[in-house]
Ligand binder design. Structure first.
Ligand code: ZN
Length: 183
């Protein structure tokens, strides 16, 4: 397994209109392709993404964040086995809450963003088995929406009306246990 470089953007550096054209790595803005065959290269991608996510102290990572435009993401919640989602789709969501959120691809910032209370996702697991995940009012629900947004080229800053809503985060020597903002 290897740690992959994470693609990042600077949300404060605008290239000009339209509103979404922040200084960015284009792969972060592309809609990803579906995985048609779960082969060894996908298994390696998943293993590398899990290692990269943990190295970056994140709780989720989507393939575009490591430069791969495929519909694959991994989630690793505190004290839980990490898992991969292949070709995930949100089949149901409801409710509204506002949560602090950060992104490994937008280092140094966080902001309050609107997220659903309940989220249901269908996907394939890394073995190609169809799975359905239901989450409600927890970090998993937030991570699912955040990672699936990445697969459509959407970043959490797209929910902000103004980049002044971004709050700088000091890089901590020791990550506070309870704050998980890297997705
Ligand atoms: Zn992210």
């Amino acid at each position: 397994m290897s740690i992959l470089p994470i693609r990042t953007i600077n949300p404060l550096k605008r290239k000009g209109p339209p509103a979404t054209s922040f200084s960015t790595d284009p792969v972060l803005r592309q809609k990803t392709r579906k995985v048609s065959r779960i082969d060894e290269s996908i298994q390696k991608l998943i293993d590398d993404m899990i290692e990269t996510m943990y190295a970056a102290r994140g709780v989720g990572l989507a393939a575009p964040q490591v430069g791969v435009s495929l519909r694959v993401c991994v989630i690793g919640l505190p004290e839980q086995e990490p898992f991969a989602l292949i070709n995930p789709e949100i089949v149901k969501k409801s409710g509204l809450r506002r949560l602090w959120e950060g992104c490994l691809s937008i280092p140094g910032f966080q902001a309050l963003v609107p997220r659903s209370e309940k989220v249901t996702v269908k996907a394939l697991d890394r073995n190609g088995k169809p799975i359905r995940i239901k989450a409600e009012n927890d970090l998993l629900a937030q991570a699912l929406e955040h990672e699936l947004d990445h697969l459509d080229g959407v970043l959490y800053i797209d929910y902000l009306e103004d980049m002044e809503e971004l709050v700088p985060v000091e890089p901590a020597e020791e990550e506070p246990e309870e704050v998980e903002v890297g997705l």
